[in-house]
Design a protein around this ligand. Structure first.
Ligand code: NI
Ligand code: MN
Length: 226
C-alpha cells in the first residue's frame, strides 16, 4: 500500500491503481505550503466529518478530478447538492467500490460544517481489497467500539490514528486503540498542525515502541510503503 502524507489528517492512498484522498486540509496549512493542491490526483475523496480541518480542499480536488466523495450521509449529500459526485453512507454500512470495500465505523467526535450546516456524526473508515486492509480512524476518542473492527473486518495492515490530543485521543490512548483494533503498524496524524495539538514526537514513538508497536510519523509530501 502506497501512502503519501499531505499534513494534518490528509493522506493519499493508492489501492490497486486507484487514488484515494482522505480528509483534505492542505491549502490553509502552513506546514503543507509546498503541496500543490491543484496538481493532486484522486478518484475518490473519503471525508470522515465536516470540520474545517478535514474538508477545506474537498471541492477543489473533486472538481479537478471528477472524484466521488464518500462519507457520512450528511457530508456526502452536502457536496452532492453542489453538483459533485458523491456516495452517501452511514455507520456500520459497507459498500463494494471498484477499488475495494469501504466500511464506515464509529468515531466519537462532533461534526458541523464551517457554515453551520449539520454534519451528521463523525466516522472512521475501514478499507480493504483482496491484498490489504487499513483503518483510518478520523477524529475520535478512544472508544470500546474499536474492538468490533477485528471482529467484522479483515486483518489490518495498518491503522491511521489521531495522536495529537485536545480534540482527539492523544498518543497514550492511541496505544490502547491499536490493541483494540489488533494492529501493531500505526501511522500517526492530527498532530503539530496548530498549538493545541503540538506533541513531543519522541515521547509518542516511545509510547508505542514500549508495547512492541511501530508508530510512523510521516513527513509532509513524502510517500511511503506499508
Ligand atoms: Ni474534527
Ligand atoms: Mn480535526
Amino acid at each position: 500500500m502506497k501512502i503519501t502524507y499531505f499534513g494534518h489528517s490528509c493522506f493519499q492512498i493508492e489501492m490497486g491503481g486507484t487514488q484515494l484522498i482522505v480528509d483534505p486540509f492542505i491549502s490553509p496549512n502552513e506546514l503543507a505550503k509546498d503541496i500543490d493542491v491543484a496538481s493532486l490526483k484522486a478518484d475518490y475523496i473519503l471525508v470522515s466529518h465536516a470540520h474545517q480541518d478535514h474538508i477545506v480542499d474537498v471541492e477543489t480536488i473533486a472538481k479537478n478530478n471528477g472524484a466521488t466523495i464518500v462519507g457520512p450521509y450528511e457530508v456526502a449529500s452536502y457536496y452532492g447538492n453542489k453538483g459533485l459526485n458523491y456516495h452517501p453512507m452511514n455507520h456500520g454500512g459497507k459498500w463494494n467500490f471498484d477499488f475495494g470495500t469501504v466500511k464506515l465505523v464509529n468515531a466519537v467526535h462532533s461534526s458541523s460544517f464551517p457554515d453551520g450546516s449539520y454534519g451528521g456524526n463523525s466516522v472512521g473508515f475501514v478499507v480493504w481489497n483482496e491484498e490489504e486492509c487499513f483503518y483510518y480512524a478520523g477524529d475520535t476518542a478512544l472508544t470500546w467500539d474499536m474492538k468490533l473492527i477485528p471482529m467484522t473486518c479483515p486483518k489490518l495492515k495498518c491503522a491511521i490514528l489521531p495522536i495529537g490530543d485536545n480534540f482527539t485521543m492523544g498518543y497514550e490512548d492511541a496505544v490502547i486503540a491499536s490493541d483494540f483494533v489488533d494492529c501493531d503498524t500505526i501511522v500517526g496524524c492530527h498532530f503539530d498542525t496548530f498549538g493545541y495539538i503540538k506533541i513531543d514526537q519522541n515521547d509518542a514513538k516511545n509510547a508505542f515502541s514500549k508495547q512492541g508497536k511501530q508508530l510512523t510519523l510521516p513527513e509532509i509530501g513524502k510517500t511511503f510503503e506499508i
